[in-house]
Design a protein around this ligand. Structure first.
Ligand SMILES: Cc1ncc(COP(=O)(O)O)c(C=O)c1O
Length: 408
């Protein structure tokens, strides 16, 4: 038997209830399995927790974590900005009626057509290189629009303990800190609408101390750069990196401690940031725990002493839960038998998908209530980097359905 991560408290009911309805109810509403259900009430509660801990700091949602259209539309009025990473995400953000002035675009390799669409729409471009700055200014000149430009900085800082480090090294992301002021001065001199700095040092960190340290270093770096640039940045995006506990032994972030420390860091900022606004940019922390992936047991089989539940969903929809999205050691996400009652006896089983690869394993030798063909398996922590981060076309299985729950 192997351990699995803790089931989020919002869904720790047996049988499973999501926004007050059973898993079978949600499947009936969607028409079939596999199905992602996102509980908007859980997302709204996260946003409220952020507001309580970080008064005065803007909250941006990185829509790459989950760009499901009804979710974006519901989140748009609740957060201060959307951060996008492509022309496709620009279309999605605008369709959610997020005002263009609150959208920012980061990501290396922006094509000319993406830069054009972004400048025409009036969103902020976080420039990733000096040559991207030159291209953006050239396009803006050609179409006769003043571009809203910010500099994405590749900081000397890395976010300790983060699942994905994006600072402190040679990087395709952002302009090296020692060259950032020069590029900023150039775009300001060229007449761009100067929007400020974007500094993102890493992702999926569960150590509040590491985040506090990184935010302090980021604030200090932003202060030094603002002094060198000589024009106050209207906004400094301090990055994010807030993680969520996917695996056994992991504990949720202490948000209050981070908020408290940031208040102090901000109070002691450089005078060159006197009137600057600050933002934190989050993806998975806002939506990850709100998502449940429901998949039906198609077959139950024994092989050489082990029991397998073969389900109709798998890595083609929920790659991360199978351990194939950037993890070195495979560990179990929290899963449950959504249709089982609390008094069902348990057994040790593996939950596997229908793909012809041993990689398609949603749970490896976990203890679950005994399930039969027709039961529903719930895979939790499925609200971020689920469907859109999975190889849906692989083997030609059907596309999953998605639903937003808990929202009127
Ligand atoms: C620039 C940027 N912003 C935000 C995010 C979102 O990170 P997370 O979902 O871990 O909060 C990422 C993740 O890759 C990123 O690269």
């Amino acid at each position: 038997m192997k351990p699995m991560g803790a089931i989020p408290t919002d869904f720790a009911t047996q049988p499973l209830a999501i926004a007050g309805r059973t898993a079978e109810d949600w499947v009936a509403a969607a028409g079939d399995t596999p199905l992602f259900v996102y509980d908007m009430a859980v997302v709204a509660a996260r946003i409220a927790r952020f507001r309580a801990a970080f008064g005065g700091i803007d909250l941006h949602y990185a829509i790459k974590a989950n760009p499901f259209a009804p979710l974006l539309a519901a989140m748009a009025p609740l957060v201060d900005g959307f951060d996008i990473a492509s022309g496709g995400e620009l279309t999605m953000a605008l369709a959610a009626e997020k005002p263009p002035a609150t959208i920012s675009f980061a990501g290396p390799g922006k094509r000319d057509d993406e830069l054009t669409a972004a400048i025409e729409a009036g969103i902020t471009i976080n420039l990733e290189s000096a040559s991207e700055a030159t291209r953006a200014l050239g396009i803006a000149d050609r179409i006769g629009v003043t571009p809203r430009l910010a500099i994405r900085v590749n900081p000397e800082i890395e976010l300790r303990g983060s699942g994905m480090r994006m600072g402190g090294r040679a990087s395709p992301f952002g302009i090296d800190a020692d060259r950032a002021a020069t590029v900023a001065r150039d775009v300001i001199a060229a007449g761009a609408d100067w929007r400020g700095l974007h500094i993102f040092a890493g992702s999926q960190a569960l150590d509040a101390g590491a985040i506090i340290e990184t935010q302090a270093a980021t604030m200090a770096l932003a202060g030094r750069l603002a002094e060198q640039i000589g024009v106050m940045p209207p906004l400094v995006n301090l990055g994010g990196g807030f993680g969520i506990p996917y695996f056994p032994g992991e504990v949720p972030l202490d948000l209050a401690a981070i908020g408290e420390a940031l208040r102090e860091t901000r109070a002691n900022r450089s005078p060159a940031l006197g009137d600057t606004r600050f933002a934190i940019e989050l993806g998975r922390w806002l939506v990850g725990e709100a998502g449940v992936y429901l998949t039906r047991v198609i077959d139950r089989k024994e092989s050489r002493g082990e029991t397998f539940l073969v389900v109709d969903g798998g890595l083609h929809h929920q790659l991360a839960a199978t351990g194939n999205l950037g993890t070195v050691v495979r560990r179990n996400y929290p899963v449950s038998i959504a249709t089982a009652s609390a008094d069902t006896a348990t057994e040790t089983v593996s939950v596997v998908g229908p793909l012809c690869t041993p990689l398609d394993r949603l749970a490896d030798r976990v203890t679950l209530p005994i399930a039969q063909t027709g039961d529903l398996v719930a895979v939790f922590m499925a609200g971020a980097y689920g469907l859109t981060a999975s190889p849906t076309a692989f083997l030609g299985h059907s596309y999953p359905r998605e639903l937003l729950a808990g929202h009127s």
